[in-house]
Design a protein around this ligand. Structure first.
Ligand SMILES: Nc1nc2c(ncn2[C@@H]2O[C@H](COP(=O)(O)OP(=O)(O)O)[C@@H](O)[C@H]2O)c(=O)[nH]1
Ligand SMILES: [Mg+2]
Length: 313
């Protein structure tokens, strides 16, 4: 039996400072942990034996906030030290944000660490003010909210087309560095090769993959099966062709068609064309793909975004 509790008020992801709230008989707790208890209203810098220097803020008679650095290593050590004296570090739940004005702000703070781009961060930060207005939710709001979830949960984009038409070159040009294997020999990219790309504020997981084909070689057949799975599960399926090759046959209708190596000739039926090897037309590709997943109109819309399925709770 313990007369105290310890609860992590800050979120799990690494931050500059973490806050742990101690409650209960603080005098005996501090004696056990080996540092003097600050007076009510006092803030003190203390050595948390062998772990870290912490700020202690005595909120009232029975509450003490302990603020170590917020790195995972420090927290782990501190948690072990607390377990050594029979205290379990409880985890905060959404809504436990002491600085939040209301549940929406608490949910926003909880979600903020998932934002990987400035666009997403700014959109999240603007939500509490939007939710504080009278909102009449429409189906359009619901659908926009679902599309905007892609800002928090990177969608997969698959570029499928025959070998040797410049798919990997496009991925490399978009990534701004060499990730995929680029080669003159058809079929060099055996497995689907992926990279995380920032497409104008939207992070996507981009793969290139061959279209439907068969092979007697078991390794090649396994690679084909893997790329078929990626094609099937893609959030956005893009067909690729150049002027000399046909559009690939795919298990479903592609969402977009991109023409590659357009410097060698016009590609009929393409929604957009580029010459990635010459760094030409890349911005048009980025805009069209971003637009297909998260339209600019959704980003510019000033209505509230249900960023954490708050209306279903
Ligand atoms: N002319 C031209 N050649 C390109 C372009 N992009 C790629 N290539 C060349 O096309 C060949 C195949 O490219 P790669 O990206 O490996 O094709 P993948 O098999 O579809 O991934 C390589 O020799 C590239 O240098 C381009 O925009 N124009
Ligand atoms: Mg390739």
């Amino acid at each position: 039996m313990t007369a105290h509790t310890a609860r992590l008020l800050t979120c799990e992801s690494p931050g500059a400072v973490a806050i742990i709230e101690f409650k209960g008989d603080l005098g005996s707790l501090c004696a056990t942990l080996g540092f003097p208890l600050p007076e009510v209203g006092q803030i003190a810098l203390r050595e948390f034996t062998g772990v870290d220097e912490v700020l202690l803020a005595r909120i009232d008679e029975h509450r003490l906030h302990c603020m170590p650095h917020g790195g995972p290593q420090v927290l782990r050590q501190l948690e072990e030290r607390l377990e050594g004296v029979g205290l379990t570090l409880e985890r905060g739940r959404a809504g436990d944000w002491p600085e939040a004005q209301d549940p929406i702000e608490a949910a926003m703070l909880e979600t903020l660490p998932q934002a990987r781009t400035r666009v997403t961060m700014e959109l999240l930060l603007s939500q509490p003010a939007r939710w504080s207005q009278d909102i009449e939710w429409t189906d359009a709001d619901e659908q926009r909210s679902m599309r905007l979830r892609r800002l928090l949960d990177p969608p997969t984009v698959v570029l499928a087309g025959r070998p040797n038409i410049g798919k990997s070159t496009l991925l490399n040009a978009l990534a701004g560095r060499h990730r995929a294997i680029v080669s003159d020999k058809p079929g060099t990219t055996r497995d689907a090769v992926g990279a995380m790309l920032n497409l104008g504020g939207l992070i996507v997981q981009w793969f290139d993959a061959p279209g439907l084909r068969t092979s007697d070689d078991p390794i090649e057949a396994a690679a084909i099966a893997a790329s078929q799975r990626i094609i099937r599960d893609a959030d956005l399926l893009i067909a690729a062709a150049d002027c000399d090759t046909d559009w690939p046959s795919l298990p479903r209708r592609p969402d977009l068609r991109i023409g590659l190596r357009v410097d060698l000739g016009i590609i009929r039926g393409a929604d957009v064309s580029c010459a990635a090897g010459l760094e030409e037309g890349l911005e048009d590709v980025v805009t069209l793909v971003r637009e297909a997943l998260v339209p600019a109109a959704d980003l510019e819309c000033e209505r509230a975004w249900d960023f954490a399925q708050l209306r279903r709770e």
